[in-house]
Design a protein around this ligand. Sequence first.
Ligand SMILES: [Zn+2]
Length: 479
Amino acid sequence: MGLHVYNVLSRAKEEFQPVVPGRVGMYVCGPTVYDHPHLGHAKTYVSFDVVNRYLRFLGYRVRYVQNITDVGHLLDSGEDRIERGAARDKLEPMEVVEKYTWSYFDDMDALGVHRPDISPRASGHIPEQIEIIERMMAKGHAYVVDGSVYFSVDSYPGYGRLSRRNLEEMQTGARGDPREQKRNQLDFALWKRAEPAHLMQWPSPWGRGYPGWHIECTAMSAKYLGLPYDIHGGGLDNLFPHNESEIAQADAAFGTGYAKYWLLTGSLNVDGVKMSKSLGNFVTIKDALADADAVALRLLVLNGHYRSPLAYTRDALEAARSGARRLALASEKLATFLLSRGVDSDDGTVLNGEPAETRDRCVEAMNDDFNTAQAIGALFDAAHRVNVLLAEPTPPQETLAGFALVLRGLGNQVLGVIPNHGRSLEGLTPHLIGLLLALRTELRTARDFARADRIRDELSAAGITVEDHPDGPRWRISG
Ligand SMILES: [Zn+2]
């Protein structure tokens, strides 16, 4: 079975077939950069990190675009979040944006999240947003009131299709802001007139102002991915009105279709309540990383399904921490064993038997709408088998090399829940010892025993004991 994804648009699992064969365009709604990111952000962006990595593992050429919202995302009070941050930190709005954009990338780097290919900023795409608004106006989908521009939901019958909302139902109970003179209370702002005291404002055909929030995602995804593109991701809490409005804008301006597959993540909950800045019940990623390492936090997220809400508890974090240790230990022991035998699992290892079964279980799970929990279950089983095999009097090298390949490919490169012992600095020591022992064997073959013994003696002085066995030398740390 090939890759199947749950498409929120159809509310069904569908076979993944990209618009252009072999290529994937993916856009994920990024953070609003006015404070340090919290674990709710970790859940969303680690989840899409794995989607991104897995698509590449399958051989797709991926372009991953994730925006930085640095203007237009307003609080209920009508205040721009960035301006709220500027007042709080006593900084220029763009200093706030800079500070928390780097904070965000620092945290994502620390979590092992691969960077998107493009991270466009809303404030850097004002002309593109104005151009799309003009297209909508030309087609009768938008209108101007007193320097602000609104999208007319009555002009677009598809409004509500993604969130499965009925326009008439939404109408009853819709309470608009009395300061806005909209034709329909459900109409949303594409461009807002700026009061003189508003810090972030730009010239436009309608006077000085700033863009609405939804328009940036339509403008930047269209610009960098072209329409239609393959995957639109983000948090489920942005389904309405944000994502719904993105589709309406794209259809109204271009009429070419927008995103083919909508993948939305469930939230991270604390005591059953969504973790969020506005609710004040959040743990920052920096605080969490002081408590647990990145792999443990990734395991915490990936032990659940990306669509499900995740309950954050100390117990769940503790379980993830011990799980991370188990995986790392098995993989480290395995790497050390293979290097001490001079086996490079990258070099012509053919997967069959147990390692092939592990790979198949992982791929099958990931192909089923990125079931990371099941894939991780297969990796834990593999780690257990590795420990059992390593304890045998004569560990089967070929099988173990196969497991190393699977743990690195799926565990490290796709899921990022196993450190790369073979390739990281910590894995360098066994690698170098393996190299010295290979040189020693060559010297012995050339009957240069003096130099061969010197290698053994120097290693012994460094605390490494070398033993010769019929199948080659082995080493261990003395003591
Ligand atoms: Zn967005």
